[in-house]
Design a protein. Structure first.
Length: 111
């Protein structure tokens, strides 16, 4: 059976780099699907918020980072990695939300 056909191996069940890479690729596909779902909520937020100034919410950023830090510690994920990934994710999400907000406002001005 090819390594790609075997699913959900733990790291210690991977016997070679082919097995490891197949599992990492599987996880990456799952992460992309989850990030796509998250993006949908970000885009919806742009529709719900009434002012562009509401998009960057420092209190919410701090809250998310606190939750991610706790979740990372509980899951055994490096807090350094988790916080760096989420800071980047949030900054890009804020930029996307602002872009979407601006698009919505432009359409509404044309009406």
């Amino acid at each position: 059976m090819a390594a790609q056909d075997q699913k959900n191996k733990s790291p210690d069940q991977c016997l070679d780099m082919t097995d490891l890479r197949a599992e990492i690729d599987r996880l990456d596909r799952s992460l992309v699907a989850l990030l796509s779902e998250r993006q949908g909520y970000i885009e919806r937020a742009a529709e719900i918020k009434g002012r562009r100034s509401e998009i960057r919410d420092e209190a919410r950023i701090a809250d998310v980072l606190a939750k991610i830090t706790a979740a990372a510690q509980e899951a055994g994920l490096s807090v350094h990695i988790a916080r760096a990934v989420w800071r980047t994710l949030m900054e890009h999400s804020i930029a996307l939300e602002m872009e979407r907000f601006d698009e919505i406002q432009a359409v509404q001005r044309l009406r």
